[in-house]
Design a protein around this ligand. Structure first.
Ligand SMILES: CC(C)(COP(=O)(O)OP(=O)(O)OC[C@H]1O[C@@H](n2cnc3c(N)ncnc32)[C@H](O)[C@@H]1OP(=O)(O)O)[C@@H](O)C(=O)NCCC(=O)NCCS
Length: 148
């Protein structure tokens, strides 16, 4: 059975390879200080980003998810954005991704968010296979301006 718990500082050595594999999946890399800052904010109880880690029966870390809440003009309580989701390839298709999304939905509901949402690449058919089962497509198209 998959167990899901809030990420803590003690999880760092197990979180890091999953995070790096997630970045590699996106053919991306981040400067080490960005990764360090992100992890520190996730495990800070007063921090603005939340994270959870999934473990299998043997306690092996097999998935991670990160999310944060933000205000919204169309809601008094705001929305929650799920930013990162990754499941180790060895356990894909066994419900870990679904369980991680359900964990975030519970947390967001508990925090009073009116909506949980996320983005994915149009071409990510594997992820969309899961998302089409657990959520509704918004119909919105994502635009951005890189300000870096
Ligand atoms: C997307 C991802 C998180 C899914 O995790 P997962 O643990 O394999 O997903 P689950 O096992 O919970 O899948 C749940 C459902 O989706 C279905 N599903 C999983 N993979 C699928 C696929 N390739 N095609 C169609 N459906 C699929 C499962 O059949 C299951 O449906 P069911 O419960 O009704 O049988 C995982 O593939 C992953 O980490 N991919 C690389 C990173 C990534 O794309 N992250 C998301 C970025 S937005």
């Amino acid at each position: 059975m998959t167990t899901i718990q809030a990420l803590t500082a003690a999880d760092r050595d197990e979180w890091l390879p999953l995070w790096q594999a997630y970045l590699t999946f996106y053919e991306s890399a981040l400067a080490d200080d960005v990764t360090e800052s992100t992890f520190a904010r996730i495990v800070d109880p007063a921090g603005d980003i939340h994270g959870a880690i999934a473990r299998d029966d043997d306690g092996r870390a097999v998935g991670i998810v990160h999310w944060f809440a933000h205000p919204a003009t169309w809601s008094k309580t705001g929305y929650t954005y799920l930013e990162d989701l990754f499941v180790d390839p060895s356990v894909r298709g066994t419900g870990v991704g679904r369980a991680l999304i359900a964990h975030v939905a519970d947390a967001a509901r508990g925090a009073g968010s009116d909506k949980l949402y996320w983005l994915t690449a149009e071409s990510n058919s594997t992820a969309r296979g899961l998302y089409d089962r657990v959520a509704e497509r918004s119909g919105f198209i994502h635009y951005q301006i890189d300000l870096g």
